[in-house]
Design a protein around this ligand. Structure first.
Ligand code: GDP
Length: 662
């Protein structure tokens, strides 16, 4: 935590705070900028008491009586233990205060919250102090809440606890983002090819979610999960993994919807970034127009136009500008060096960037080590619980390694439970649990293998391939569609992606018997022709509601039909008129209900079912009739096994299909 931040909460100046703390036994130094979080929390907790202690010390030599008077004047504060985040309403309940009083106190401090809104510990501590409470952090409640939500803080806190002297620079971690088809994959390939070592090792690099290259003797880590899908998943779980972003913009296409979305993500994460203007080899490439687009649509002013944004013209196809881009990455990393430090001698902590369950090997996850060093045999902890031991470690080249230092992506084998992408795991001691692991295991994992396992096998599946303009809408669509799932019928998203429907999508739809759905995209005439030829259905929507309605209707169509049987009437057989190979003509009397022509029947003898068949003719008084009522006599033509005897009962029934509404 920053000293200025703490001073602001305590309502004193930072210098005043720096001066007072040593007197109170907190050794933070006269020039301290940051303060250990645990220490800060202790200071916050004990502040009213500390103030008194200071006042006592000041007055001690002057006026003893006065000190006593001061002490008397300060009534004993009631201690309240709270989690790091709690609703205003819950705070009022804990403090046993009318809600209005709490709201008013918040307002006095410039916080306009509603009763259901959550306030953080610092805010609660300030208003609690004014309301004469001693607010303390409830470590236990905090553990549960904090660990689930603030993954990025976890790594940050872990690093904050390191002694500055033990920290050394770690390699920067880079993400590549941008609009579909602007060349992200190609760029990642081009960068990988610059690494001779990777090439020498057989040229087959393993896809583990990230790789490293060495430039000027310095390793750089690239997260190479396709698109920014995984990155968004991590972000939504509060994980922060990258140090620098590369925003890829095609020189012949400029800023597109996903460029805008990617830039929003970059801004939200506060990441330094470099714009890579790609495909400069193309005759249609227009560097100036691309830059103009950056200015107009993203408010990014390139460096050579007097702004701050570094723009690198590149061609991922033929390798132009790649070395320069790597140098720019190193420069940007150097400017951020203070945030890129770690202690290689600590126990490892890091974020899961890929995770799946292999049918043979079990859970396989890739960890990006963010502090410390992970070693073979280390015990891995997730949310305080042991999830297994690192039986073996592999790097992105597929080589077995003994240890992984900070910023190294490493594939871990041997853990029992697959963590989710974005989970922060660490090495250390944890709770050995049996039952408790279910909660961990039940959490969503991005990897499709694990997702499939969780599916209900008996349910009918509506296979879908979804393409959309931006990732945000793809996620919203998926979320809404998942809500339609029932035990009988479920949506299965075979694949989803950004951009227009391609021939590849059509092939995939054919192969998986899936319907294609597009959101905010258009079908080109060629694709429409292809769809017709290959008899694949594709629908596009611009309104999410319409899309959901369509899927719902399709789900309804495949909803398994339940048949309901209705008994119509019974005929007691009184005479056999004719018996043939596969039919009989018999006469009888309707015992109850109504019998009718063209109807399935069961033949019962002493309540036992002896045959099933169908009645194809009903005659009353030598006339063909559609129905015959109770107590009347008639003749019937029966098709089926000809075993009807006098005395048998013919049960007429009907089967109705009943459709359950979604
Ligand atoms: P992504 O969707 O952003 O990952 O884009 P890809 O890397 O798959 O590239 C999309 C298409 O653009 C592919 O056909 C690439 O071969 C092509 N492409 C990528 N970079 C370049 C480049 O620098 N020059 C040219 N001419 N084509 C490129």
């Amino acid at each position: 935590m920053n000293v200025t931040e703490l001073a602001r909460i305590l309502k004193i100046t930072p210098n005043d705070l720096r001066e007072k703390l040593p007197k109170l036994g907190f050794d933070i130094g006269q020039k301290a900028i940051k303060i250990d979080l645990v220490m800060a929390q202790r200071i916050l907790r004990e502040w009213p008491f500390l103030v008194r202690k200071l006042q006592q010390a000041d007055f001690q030599n002057i006026d003893k009586e006065k000190v006593i008077a001061i002490e008397d004047a300060v009534p004993e504060k009631k201690i309240i233990k709270i989690p790091s985040l709690l609703a205003v309403r819950d705070f009022a309940t804990l403090a046993n205060l009318p809600i209005n009083k709490v709201l008013a106190e918040l307002m006095k401090n410039g916080v306009f919250a509603s009763i259901n809104e959550r306030i953080d510990f610092d805010t609660a501590a300030i208003i609690g102090d004014s309301l004469n409470f001693d607010i303390q952090l409830d470590e236990k409640q905090n553990l549960d809440e904090e660990k689930e939500t603030h993954n990025d803080k976890k790594v940050e806190e872990n690093l904050n606890q390191e002694n500055e002297g033990n920290l050394s620079i770690r390699p920067p971690v880079i993400v590549v983002m941008g609009h579909v088809d602007h060349g992200k994959t190609k760029l990642l390939d081009a960068i990988r090819k610059t690494d001779v070592v990777a090439g020498e090792a057989g040229g087959i690099t393993q896809h583990i979610g990230a790789y490293q290259v060495v430039r000027k003797n310095r390793p750089i880590t690239f997260v190479d999960t396709p698109g920014h899908e995984a990155f968004t998943a991590m972000r939504s779980r509060g994980a922060k993994i990258a140090d620098v972003a590369i925003l890829v913009v095609a020189a012949d296409d400029g800023v597109q919807p996903q460029t805008i979305e990617a830039y929003k993500i970059i801004q939200a994460a506060g990441l330094p970034f470099i714009v890579a203007i790609n495909k400069v080899d193309r005759p249609t490439a227009d560097l100036n127009k691309a830059k103009q687009d950056l200015v107009n649509k993203l408010n990014i002013l390139p460096e050579d136009w007097g702004g701050k944004a570094v723009c690198a013209p590149i061609s991922a196809l033929n390798g132009t500008g790649i070395d320069e881009l790597l140098d720019l990455i190193l420069l940007t990393a150097d400017a951020e060096a203070k945030n890129m430090k770690a202690n290689p001698n600590s126990d490892a902590i890091g974020t899961i960037i890929e995770s799946r369950v292999d049918k043979n090997s079990g859970p396989i996850s890739t960890l990006l080590v963010q502090n410390g060093t992970l070693r073979v045999g280390d015990q891995i902890i997730l949310q305080g619980k042991i999830i297994g031991k690192a039986r073996s470690l592999k790097n992105y080249k597929g080589e077995e390694i003994k240890e992984a230092t900070p910023s190294t992506p490493v594939r871990i084998l041997g853990i029992k439970i697959a963590p989710a992408v974005g989970d922060v795991v660490e090495v250390g001691e944890g709770e050995r649990v049996k039952g408790g692991l279910e909660k961990l295991a039940a959490r969503p994992i991005l990897a499709s293998a694990a997702r499939e396992e969780a599916e209900n096998d008996n349910a009918k599946k509506l296979n879908l391939i979804i393409k959309s303009d931006v990732l945000g809408s793809a996620e919203a669509i998926e979320e809404s569609l998942m809500k339609l799932n029932t035990e009988e019928v479920m949506v299965k998203i075979v694949s989803k992606g950004l951009g227009n429907i391609t021939e590849g999508d059509i092939t995939r739809a054919e192969g998986s018997d899936a319907k294609l759905i597009g959101f905010n995209i258009r079908l080109s005439p060629q694709i429409e022709t292809l769809l017709r030829e290959r008899k694949v259905e594709a629908k596009t929507f611009t309104i999410i509601y319409d899309l959901i309605k369509y899927v719902k209707d399709e789900m309804q169509k495949i909803m398994p039909q339940n048949k309901e049987r209705i008994n119509l009437g019974r005929l007691k057989v009184l005479a056999i008129f004719r018996t043939e190979n596969k039919s009989q003509v018999v006469g009888g009397k309707v015992l109850d209900g109504q019998i009718k022509n063209d109807c399935p029947v069961e033949v019962l003898r002493n309540k036992d079912l002896v045959a099933i068949g169908r009645v194809t003719k009903v005659q009353a008084g030598k006339m063909d009739v559609p129905t015959v009522e109770q107590d009347q006599e008639c003749g019937i033509q029966y098709e089926g096994k000809p075993i009807i005897e006098v005395g048998d009962i013919v049960q007429f029934y009907e089967e109705k299909e009943i459709t359950t509404k979604l």
